[in-house]
Design a protein around this ligand. Structure first.
Ligand SMILES: Nc1ncnc2c1ncn2[C@@H]1O[C@H](COP(=O)(O)OP(=O)(O)O)[C@@H](O)[C@H]1O
Ligand SMILES: [Mg+2]
Length: 494
């Protein structure tokens, strides 16, 4: 479907600022449709036809009443024959009212043609298409709404609506159906709709009577003041008595002078409460990860103390390895405690993992270098935990077995990370002695590679390839990752 701008450029003479004026009108005119319980159309004359034909640039339906137009009229052409009233309103440049056919049907509507003025010139027409009313006397709400609509329609003709600096219709901004208070030029209440009265009650304001000033009933008037003085709409959230109410004030102008205001109220108390609960839920998850990390660090410290009391080098070694494994898991929880999500940027986990292994390198010269390349992307928390343990084993093996000389070690251990569609590839490559002869992965009874196998093929459903020649050992891991699971933002249960 063509946009308002495309249609205007294609069929009409409306350009530049005038076009922007119409676009702003179409962003804020739901208010007019709701106050008038009517469908609205925005019409502009087709270029060089002197008001003989018009094109429908935009259309809005009321949320307070029934629509007449179930079909979309945008882009349709309206002729003088069909609707002489439109041409008359355009030529006279004044508000015109009468009966006219419903577009595309034999029914009839009460038609109000409202010239849209921009910088002194009429640039388009706004039509209000209302059902022909029965004789039923309108109620109080209808009367005040229609009166407000008339006020705003006059502003459209004067060129003061839409506002030059109108906020674009904000998502979630209060609408007519949320509650309306109509104020006179001294900011005294003339009318409050039932929903508005409910919102006032929520704020602890019960003493509402018409003719009373807002300040007198204890309502913070600052938004109203700002809107009326600045002659622009103002949105503000007021918190009172545990209630949160979003307030949108639209100044009403007559001859460009303040003549009152419309205050739309939306009770957002429940919405805000839910926001706060979600926020505290996130904070709770982070706090839990923080505590798990602290507990794991405590366990690691206890093991270290235990190890120091042992004489057997084998026992010491076993304890030291356990301590390293636990610290690797703690790193993942630490990262998770800093994130609002249940996923971690795995690359940020690798550096601290390298540090754990580096601490165990005996040489003072630091002849063994670790290099980390590539990007692992986001990885779900549980996967990251297993992977951290696996990486720790593989890097530790390079330190322990690839450079057996002890004293003067020279070498480079590379960790390469790569994310492909649905898969994380990890390579740990050293340039050391290579694997012992007759090495078969499945047949090692040693703990380190058994853990690696159990986690990679069992836990993560991935694959391991390990090759070792005289020029070093290369371990290649392929870990399947559902793209969505890895990058998903965890939704708390509703
Ligand atoms: N990067 C490597 N370079 C040389 N040999 C290795 C390497 N990684 C593993 N190995 C061999 O595989 C064996 C099993 O490793 P692992 O299961 O981790 O047990 P551990 O490290 O306790 O010996 C090692 O003893 C070693 O012989
Ligand atoms: Mg090992």
């Amino acid at each position: 479907m063509a946009t308002l701008e495309e249609l205007a450029l294609l069929h009409t003479e409306v350009r530049g600022d005038a076009l922007w004026h119409l676009q702003r009108l179409a962003l804020s005119w739901r208010l007019l449709a709701d106050l008038s319980f009517s469908d609205l159309l925005l019409l502009a004359p087709i270029a060089n036809e002197e008001g003989g034909r018009f094109v429908v640039l935009a259309q809005v339906r009321p949320t307070t009443g029934q629509t007449i137009y179930v079909t979309d009229l945008v882009g349709q052409v309206v002729t003088e024959v069909e609707r002489p009233l439109v041409t008359r309103a355009w030529k006279r440049a004044e508000l015109t009212e009468g009966e006219a056919p419903v577009l595309g049907s034999k029914d009839r509507v009460r038609l109000h043609c409202i010239p849209v003025r921009h910088r002194g010139r009429i640039v388009a027409l706004l039509t209000r298409e209302a059902p022909i009313t029965s004789v039923r006397r309108p109620g109080e709400l209808e009367r005040f709404y229609l009166e407000s609509f008339d006020g705003l329609a006059h502003m459209v003709v004067e060129g003061t609506f839409p506002f030059a600096r109108e906020e674009v219709e904000l998502e979630g901004a209060p609408r007519v159906g949320d509650g309306v208070v109509l104020l006179d030029r001294d900011s005294r209440i003339r009318y409050a709709s039932p929903n508005a009265v409910s919102s006032l009650h929520r704020m602890g304001i019960h003493a509402y009577t018409s003719g009373v000033g807002l300040a007198e009933i204890g309502f913070d008037e600052s938004a109203v003041d700002a809107a009326v003085r600045g002659r622009i709409p103002v949105i503000e959230e007021i918190e009172r008595e545990d209630a949160s109410v979003l307030v949108r004030v639209i100044p009403l102008l007559e001859d460009r002078r303040p003549a009152g205001a419309l205050v739309l109220l939306r009770d957002v108390t429940d919405l805000r409460r839910r926001d706060r609960m979600l926020m505290s839920k996130d904070a709770t998850i982070r706090e839990v990860h923080h505590r798990v990390k602290n507990n794991l660090q405590t366990i690691a410290s206890l093991l270290r103390l235990q190890g120091r009391r042992l004489d057997s080098p084998e026992a010491r070694q076993a304890i030291a390895e356990s301590e390293r494994r636990i610290r690797s898991i703690a790193i993942v929880h630490e990262t998770l405690s800093r994130e609002a999500r249940e996923a971690v940027d795995f690359s940020s986990v690798v550096k601290p993992l390298v540090r754990i292994v580096e601490e165990t390198v005996a040489t003072e010269e630091g002849g063994l270098h670790f290099e980390v390349e590539g990007d692992a992307g986001e990885v779900p928390g549980e996967v990251a935990t297993s992977l951290a343990v696996v990486l720790n084993e593989l890097m530790q093996n390079a330190v322990d077995h690839a450079y057996p000389d002890g004293g003067d070690v020279h070498g480079t251990v590379q960790v390469r990370l790569c994310r492909r569609s649905g898969e994380l590839l990890v390579d740990v490559v050293d340039d050391g002695a290579g694997l012992p002869e007759n090495f078969v992965l499945g047949e090692t009874s040693s703990l380190g590679l058994s853990i690696v196998q159990a986690l990679v093929t069992g836990e993560l459903g991935g694959t391991i390839d390990i090759t070792g020649t005289g020029r070093g050992t290369h371990v290649h891991l392929g870990i399947p990752l559902a793209e969505t699971a890895a990058t998903q933002v965890v939704e708390p249960p509703s």
